[in-house]
Design a protein around this ligand. Sequence first.
Ligand SMILES: Cc1cc2nc3c(=O)[nH]c(=O)nc-3n(C[C@H](O)[C@H](O)[C@H](O)COP(=O)(O)OP(=O)(O)OC[C@H]3O[C@@H](n4cnc5c(N)ncnc54)[C@H](O)[C@@H]3O)c2cc1C
Length: 463
Amino acid sequence: MSSAEPGSVVIVGGGASAALTAAHLLIGEREGVPPKVVIVDRDGRHALGQAYSTDDPAHLLNAPVAKMSALQEDPDHLLRWARARGIDAEGADFLPRQTYGRYLRDLLDEAGQRRPGHLTEITGTVTGVASGGRGWRVTLADGTVLEADAVVLATGNRAPTAWPWQPEGDPRYIADPWAPGALDRVDDARDVLVVGTGLTMVDLATTFTSRNPETVVYAVSRHGLLPRPHRCPNPPAVPFTPPSGDVTVADLHRIYHEAVERNDGEWRGVVDGLRPHVPEMWGRLSLSEKQRFLTFFARGWEVRRHRIPPASVARIDDLRATGRLRVIKGFLDRVDARPDGLTVAVETNGTRRDVEVGWIVNSTGPAADPRTDALLRDLIDTDVVAADPLGLGLSADGCGCLLGPEGESRPGLFTLGPPLRGLRYETTAVPEIRAQAAHLAAVHLAEYDAPARRAATGRAVTT
Ligand SMILES: Cc1cc2nc3c(=O)[nH]c(=O)nc-3n(C[C@H](O)[C@H](O)[C@H](O)COP(=O)(O)OP(=O)(O)OC[C@H]3O[C@@H](n4cnc5c(N)ncnc54)[C@H](O)[C@@H]3O)c2cc1C
């Protein structure tokens, strides 16, 4: 990347966070030349990332069209895009995630076309980010070095935590269901054991049972809870005024239940009304209160907050009724790998049962610890960045500017989305990411606007 470009940015990771940040950087308010933007994604899934690269049309968005616009200030943007392409959609509909991927891809292409020569996409793995040159140096596994004024770590959700008993190199164990091509390996009718009962399990059960009418999917989790269903139409969000001062988890628990009672037991509107206030209230909880929430209340919040669309509910209900999806509350005790199959011992309340399957999928959700990611581990170990106090992601300020181990700012080094989990809690979905991307881009462009204007006009800028 030419070092003559003021405000140049390398974005590490190519998912929704990267696409939205790049779009705002390229088309955002700015005088003078726009910045050059390079997006590096290890799997070449630029704009799609982990969530929107699925090719199964039965994998649906978990939020309706009306809530999934890429642009916060233009809530109908996705609806217009869909209708312009002949997709017969309403605001309350749940689109396939692959369609949403096309939408993000179009958004990125459009931004690139408006700024010819300013957007570059590279397929490669970033192995290092260090200060140097005009700001930051980004090293790729193939030895390529990119220099930029700013770097955005848009590395997204991490793969699930590996189990200690994981059979090394055994293709029947799928360690990360969203890795490219991972589900293609399940190419016969043998039964599948999915560990985890969240949204990903819903997708996996749908895919495996559609491929093979005989396949039975066993879904195991300690709590046996499935995501709750959306109601159609979605009840309106109940306006919520956060309490002032210090808050505790007990306060929030009481406030939630009182609000549900006032709302005649309809909890969805209460959850949706609370959600935008979560990052601010989360910041006011003490560390021990946050840990208490994660231990005792997080699962209950997650199954209500991340709901499944009516079509997925109907499919899951049917699979359960016909015995093709069997949900087990328990945990895996051991796995015996034999040449002709896997015997999984599952323990429920002290009782063990053996389940015979052909495949096991780890669907326990993204690993919490940022150090499970090689790049983030290296950046933490070399004190470029710091893990947040909960150890769920990275330390950053309110603009997503990363902080070092002493809380010192790292100008020009940003993150957004999932790596802010520990600091904001609600940060992994599009409504949160689109706001963060717009804000991050505006902060970065404002930083470089004045020098750009100076270079363009040859005048000193006093504002
Ligand atoms: C299966 C699934 C379904 C979801 N459905 C919805 C939904 O319906 N609605 C919603 O609002 N949210 C949904 N989400 C939440 C999701 O987190 C966000 O919507 C969004 O996709 C996150 O995008 P991201 O770019 O931050 O992360 P990701 O999509 O994870 O993208 C990060 C990318 O960075 C790459 N990368 C990581 N490290 C490196 C490196 N060192 N070098 C190069 N590349 C690297 C990864 O390979 C990946 O492609 C879903 C998430 C998942 C996993």
